[in-house]
Design a protein around this ligand. Structure first.
Ligand code: SF4
Length: 323
């Protein structure tokens, strides 16, 4: 029996692509990718609904490398969708080849996304994956040239779909036909399409090569400031963010906390500020310490723990440092 390896995000299109092949009795392996920008959660849930299990493949290192200079550029935000799809197909192709699979598939729909799923983009993705001959797009197969998989009779082209364009109505109808009711909305799921995250990521990329997944993880939490000495200060906005920042602390970082009142955790990643006064003031400003009075601030870093006194400043004084 032909065995297909699917790029599976868990969104409706990928569910339907898998369901069409399942209907033809094909053996399917669903691959879902994990990076600091998107995770496997919804794919795992959607796969279960199909009676399948999605296999999680960590794509962090090659994805971060690609993201520094994607050959086909970014979408509206920091989303390099064409290069990202090509990378996913390349990795899926390597797994398929190693495990003796027959074809690759995805839920891509011709014309669904004007920039990354037009005909030229689909061809680029296929070509750059290195596995062009193996790629099948079940939802748009009948409006695309027949693939090797169809020509070999590994799947029945007549029982695939010919969807194209931005409308999602055919997908809704097909979902209804399969009794699929529970699926995530098409948007969401990838931080590279989030405007705030993208702005922070762009700023970080401007400081030097994006090599450390921890630096990217930090972008998800708190308010971010670039201080005059070039270091970054991250100010937790609530308990969960303070805990996340504390969990991401590692040797070489410096952490600030007001000793005598509830307040934020402030993290300076990878560096000791020449003058801790500004970060200490920031820590007091965002805390519940009384206005205008000096507060004791704990500074935890490479030199151990010490306490400095600092006064809060109006928050507008930090506004121009904010990323
Ligand atoms: S939205 Fe994100 S996960 Fe999806 S193709 Fe674009 S970069 Fe990749």
């Amino acid at each position: 029996m032909a065995k297909g390896y699917g790029i599976f995000s868990g969104g409706l299109d990928s569910i339907l692509a898998a369901a069409l092949l399942q209907e033809q009795g094909r053996e399917l392996v669903l691959l879902t990718f994990s990076t600091p920008f998107f995770g496997p959660e919804r794919a795992l849930v959607s796969a279960r609904a199909l009676g399948l299990r999605a296999r999680v493949v960590d794509l962090t290192a090659p994805h971060m490398e690609m993201l520094q200079q994607p050959r086909h550029g970014y979408g509206r935000f920091m989303n390099p969708c064409i290069d990202c799809h090509a990378l996913m197909f390349r990795r899926a192709g390597e797994i398929m080849a190693a495990e003796g699979g027959d074809f690759l598939f995805s839920g891509e729909v011709l014309g669904q996304r004007p920039k990354s799923q037009n005909r030229r983009a689909l061809d680029i993705v296929a070509h750059e994956s290195g596995y062009a001959d193996f790629i099948l797009r079940p939802l748009s197969a009948r409006v695309l040239p027949p693939t090797r998989t169809e020509e070999l009779g590994l799947v029945d082209r007549d029982r695939l779909q010919g969807f194209s364009g931005r409308t999602r109505k055919p997908q809704m109808e097909l979902a209804a036909r399969y009794g699929i009711k529970d699926y995530p909305s098409p948007a969401g799921g990838c931080l590279l399409t989030d405007p705030i995250f993208s702005r922070r990521l762009k700023e970080l990329a401007g400081q030097g090569p994006l090599l450390d997944p921890r630096d990217v993880e930090l972008l998800k939490w708190g308010r971010h400031f670039r201080l005059p000495d070039g270091l970054k200060a991250i100010v937790g906005r609530k308990k969960a963010e303070n805990e996340a920042l504390e969990g991401l602390f590692r040797p070489g970082d410096v952490m600030f906390k007001v000793a005598s009142a509830p307040g934020p955790t402030v993290l300076i990643p990878a560096g000791e500020p020449e003058d801790p006064g500004l970060a200490a003031s920031m820590t007091v400003s965002y805390s519940d310490a009384p206005d205008g009075e000096p507060a004791a601030v704990r500074v935890i870093g490479a030199l151990g723990e010490r306490t400095v006194a600092a006064r809060g400043l109006p928050k507008k004084d930090f506004a121009h440092f904010m990323i």
